[in-house]
Each structure stands twice: as C-alpha cells, then as structure tokens.
Ligand binder design. Sequence first.
Ligand SMILES: CC1=C(/C=C/C(C)=C/C=C/C(C)=C/C=O)C(C)(C)CCC1
Ligand SMILES: [Fe+2]
Length: 486
Amino acid sequence: MDIIFGRNKKEQREPVRATVTGKIPSWLQGILLRNGPGMHTVGETRYNHWFDGLALLHSFTIRDGEVYYRSKYLRSDTYNSNVEANRIVVSEFGTMAYPDPCKNIFSKAFSYLSHTIPDFTDNCLINIMRCGEDFYATTETNYIRKINPQTLETLEKVDYRKYVAVNLATSHPHYDAAGNVLNIGTSIVDKGKTKYVIFKIPATVPGAGKKGQKPLKHTEVFCSITARSLLSPSYYHSFGITENYIIFLEQPFRMDILKMATAYIRGVSWASCLAFHGEDKTYIHIIDQRTRKPMLTKFYMDPMVIFHHVNAYEEDGCLLFDVIAYGDSSLYQLFYLANLNQNFKDNSRLTSVPTLKRFAVPLHVDKNAEVGSNLIKLPSTTARALKEKDDQVYCQPELLLEGLELPRINYAHNGKWYRYVFAAEVQWSPIPTKIIKYDVLTKSSLKWGEEHCWPAEPLFVPTPGARDEDDGNSIVFMSPKERLRE
Ligand SMILES: CC1=C(/C=C/C(C)=C/C=C/C(C)=C/C=O)C(C)(C)CCC1
Ligand SMILES: [Fe+2]
C-alpha cells in the first residue's frame, strides 16, 4: 500500500458542495470544525514527524441535507516565517529548525543562549477549543490562535502565559454545562517548582461584548500539583473529570527538561527529550472539585502511556475512569514520516495495541482495611484497588476492548455514567480503517468501514430532545480515496 503521508494539501478556500450519499437528517445543521497537519515540506526542507505539519483548518457546513467543505492553512507566525524564508525555520515536535542557515558551532552556541527556555511554536494543529463565543486552534505549547469559525481566517495569537503560568497545555480541555473551560498545563521550573496547573476559563465575563473583555483575561488557577520530579515532568495529552473530581495521570512517559534546554545546540528534536520509563509507576492524582485539593491517598497503577481519557464517573463511593492505554510509547515513533512513507506495512506496526481499560479508585480508603484486600466492591466492574502499606493503593484495570483510538462520547454524559464509546478501530497499524460503537455495558460493538476509506475521529451529535444516549448521529471526516490509495 502506497500511503501518501506528508504530501502538502491544497487549500480549498471557496466552499465546495460535497456529494452526499444517503440522507443527512434535517435537524443536523451547523459547522463541523477540524484541524490537523496539512503541509510537511516547505521549499526544499521537510518535517520529520507527522505531528510537525503546518495546521490546515477544515470546515464542513451542514445545512438542509447538504454539506459544504472548505479548508485554509492557519496563518500562524510559524507558517508565515516558514513561507517567507521558503524553508522550515521554527522547531516542531519532531524537527529542530535553525533560523540562521549558517549553523556553525559559534552561531549555534550564541543562539543556544537565547533558546535555553525555548519559545515554542504557534503551529496550532491539534484541536479547536471554544472559549465563550471565541474559537481557537490549539496545540500543546503555550500558544493558541483565535480563528473565525465561518471563514477559517486566522486571528490573534494568544499566549496562555499572559493569563496563567503554563509552558504547555493540553488540546483536550473539558467543558461544563455552562461552557466554562477546564484545562491542565505544565509550569516548568517556575520559582523552583515544576507543577501541573489546572485552570478554568469562564464562558462569560461581566461586560462581555465590550472591547477587551475576553474570557481568557478571567482565567483562574483551580488547583496545582507539584510534579514528582522538578526536571522530568510527565507528558500527558488529556485528563479526566467527573461531577465532583478531576483525574490526572502522572505517567512515566516524561520530558527531560535538561535535554530540552540543550536540544537546540545538540541539534535534536523535542521528541527526543521524551522517554518512557517502564520501570516506574503511573500515579493517579484525584482532585476534589469542592475543596480544590488533591486526595492524600497515594493511588498508583502500572507504567503505561495514555493519550486519551474516554470518560469517568462516580458510583457508590468509587470513581471509575476509562482510558485508552498503551504498554509503551511506540505510537509516537510510528508517526515519523520516514516510517510512514517507506515499507509502510513493516514499519508501522505498533508494539502495543491501544486498549480501553477501566480503573476504579475508592473515594474513602478505610485505614484499617487489610493489606492486600480489594477495596472495590462494585458488581459493575472487575477493576481492583489493592490496599498496600503506607496508605498506598495499587489499581488494576478491567480490560474492556482492544484496538481503538480517538474516542468520543455523547458529551451530555461527560463525567457521568455512560454506556457508549465512539472511536476509530486501530489494531497493529496506527491508520484507522473502521469506526466503532462500543457498548461498555454489554461489551458488544458495532463497526462500520468501507474499502478505501480511512476514517478520522468520529463525533457524536445527539438528536434534539433525545432520551437515549445513542440517539443521534456520528459524523466522520473521511480521507478521500484520491489521497490515500492502494
Ligand atoms: C511542539 C512541542 C510539543 C508538541 C507536541 C505535539 C504536537 C503533540 C501531539 C500529540 C498528538 C497529536 C497526540 C495524539 O494522540 C511538546 C512535546 C508538547 C513540547 C515541546 C514543544
Ligand atoms: Fe487527542
């Protein structure tokens, strides 16, 4: 199979009408915004990793059974500098770039001094975030880029650091029913500490609509957790939430800050500063939203790599959380374009299959419980939490389903009991070929796939006034046959 990854995509600035097969329900109206890498070469230069590509924004306007598609490159500072220089001049996840072409050791050492605390990229290619009435393209650095959701035009660059002390932040925030945003970021070696900072951006602010009254200006720190290691905080891509708690997994997939500080002079990428420490544990931090404080019990689980939390909820004094877990960090390795473009079949095998796992954490730990006893008595799960000495609790998951990624749920059930996961089916190759609806209750699944179709993350849209959790429609952005062909 010849898969054309890393080929630059053309913008489709004027809306084009899509061919609709089947029937789109009349109630399904609105704009579906998507984001992702679209350009992997600039002039003669080429990015190394698929996650490095310049952000291409897509919109699907769904109206009266018709769909209109358009796309536009995010005009980030990164995009503009690259295009102006006709080569890659800003570093991304897997590519270290040098603004000055004469890369001799002296000039390198000189720029090194100004790069010790690097100014990260604003190539916001991962997701779209809504803050009140504003939409932002996001990545995992301190920059987000406001966009116009109708025209896909790029608007102002926002530096999170103006509002909250974070150098990195996730692209998977949570929203409450009022639209307030809750997100988590890392503050690296600030005032002698490296912390994970949970922050809240309100959906509405007093005097909204008046010039300068941005929700972001009212960002508040909700809670912070000191990293176990000052110089090697955990990498994370999402977090979990229930009605009363926040779940943050401090996994042994860590960023080496000293390596990052010297990456520029050593000519290596940020990605090379991330490593999985299979000999370590994964720590489970549970924050009580009412007190804004972490629980004192030390909950932990086996070493694993988690990108996506699926959902979490409370049941009979326990907190249940579902995640897609890997046994190692091979996923990131696979997305190097060299692996994707040559001998795809041989180079693109994951060494661990993404697996949906359910963990259970007891919210009240009986100090007198016997060491070795299982603190989870729920009939609904086989997940266990074993009491250990010194107030430690070791959590062992229930294995739900193997081979899925890019999970979504009916968001009305976020943080609450739920039954269905919508996801892309992924086995040993990172390229999905089917979408899947998994019933967590009956452990059964429904799949859909078609030859020559490579689905992206499916999104669930509930029918207005729906009563059943799965009463709605799943929308998937398909890679057309011409782009990915046999
Ligand atoms: C540029 C940059 C980063 C970018 C990370 C990216 C772009 C991650 C994408 C992850 C995805 C898409 C995961 C899917 O499961 C880091 C490492 C945060 C820190 C250093 C600077
Ligand atoms: Fe993601």
